[in-house]
Design a protein around this ligand. Structure first.
Ligand code: PHE
Length: 352
């Protein structure tokens, strides 16, 4: 029986056929297994006699099975390798080309416009502490404006015991920049920065996403007043929307970190169902839309940052970058910005 089995193993041409042989010999009901079972039924003396021979047969059969299995596997691999030759002369498949996301595009456009006006780009962390995000901006723990920010809080506090959070606006970069400047130069110095970046609020619908983008502007210099703010915003918006007829309306408002505070509306008209910026919002068929928040930097905030408010004044503004992109390029659902749908990106994206 052993010789017949060894011959059958040698003759097996496939791994399946080999497996059949293994089951026939070593499987539960295989002849080797059955022979081993009979050992239990005979006397110890007889067992001592018979066992070594059966064990030897089992070893021989299983060695033969393993050797044949190796041989069949390497033959299969050889066959596969020789069938899979690469033709290096074939043209490579076209890699799909990405596009520049409208948010990145708009941030670049803004950085360029403000660079022409003498503004540098500043950045700050997205994981902030409540001191930079609120307290130093004149919103202490009990300030009701804190509650308006729908803040994502972390359970942790930092080493100084400040509550950590996802920044709700880019205004903490104002504080960080002023502090840095005050530290580098105790007398303070003129500052002209923009701070673009991601901000987070727990809010979600067609015009709000939990993460969105803002760009903060900050100027600190001597004798700064609202006129400088208005001129800067007008110049930037005309350059950004590439229209000379952009008209702004400044409305008194309230932010704890600016005094006075102004909300800035921009005039638009409706063209083919879409709002197009340009012209006075008071003209027939026109309207005003709220675009950004701004104001003259509150004395207390200048003080908080370590500068002397009697010497230095400034203005600041914050505007939604996604909003600017939607208005300039005519998208109407903010959520699409962050869906990552390639078709949307191919339609609205910019070539690199
Ligand atoms: N940080 C304010 C907001 O997110 C906007 C703002 C910035 C207002 C700077 C005034 C000055 O609503």
């Amino acid at each position: 029986q052993k010789d017949a089995a060894l011959a059958a193993i040698a003759a097996a041409e496939t791994l399946d056929a080999l497996e059949e042989q293994r089951v026939a010999a070593l499987g539960k009901k295989g002849w080797v297994s059955l022979a081993l079972k009979t050992l239990g039924q005979i006397s110890p003396d007889e067992r001592q006699q018979a066992a070594p021979a059966i064990q030897a047969i089992r070893a021989e059969v299983s060695d033969a099975l393993a050797a044949k299995k190796d041989a069949l596997e390497s033959a299969a691999l050889d066959a596969q390798l020789s069938g899979e030759t690469l033709d290096l002369t074939l043209p490579a498949p076209q890699a799909p080309r990405g596009t520049v996301h409208p948010v990145s595009q708009v941030m670049d456009e803004l950085a360029e416009i403000f660079a022409d006006l003498g503004f540098a780009v500043a950045t700050g962390p997205e994981i902030e502490d409540d001191w930079h995000n609120f307290t130093a901006l004149n919103m202490d723990e009990s300030h009701p404006a804190r509650a308006m920010h729908d803040t994502f809080y972390f359970p942790d506090r930092d080493a100084e015991g400040h509550q950590m959070l996802l920044r709700t606006h880019t205004s903490p970069v104002q504080i960080r920049t002023k502090k840095e400047v005050a530290k580098a130069n105790p007398g303070g110095a003129p500052i002209r920065i923009i701070a673009p970046g991601r901000v987070y609020r727990s809010d979600s619908d067609a015009t709000h996403t939990p993460m969105f983008h803002q760009i903060e502007g900050l100027v600190i210099d001597r004798d700064i007043h609202l006129g400088h703010l208005k001129w800067t915003l007008e110049t930037f918006l005309k350059a950004f929307f590439e229209r000379e007829d952009i008209v702004l309306r400044l409305r008194p408002s309230y932010f704890p970190f600016t005094e006075p505070s102004v909300e800035v509306d921009v005039g638009f008209e409706v063209v083919k169902g879409k709002r197009v910026l340009g012209g006075s919002g008071d003209a027939p068929g026109h309207g005003w839309m709220e675009l950004l928040g701004s104001g003259v930097v509150n004395r207390r905030v200048i003080e908080f940052a370590g500068l002397d408010p009697d010497q230095w004044q400034g203005f600041a503004f914050g505007v939604g970058v996604d909003r600017l992109a939607m208005l300039k390029y005519g998208m109407d659902d903010l959520r699409a910005f962050f869906d990552g749908d390639v078709r949307w990106l191919q339609h609205y994206g910019f070539s690199p």
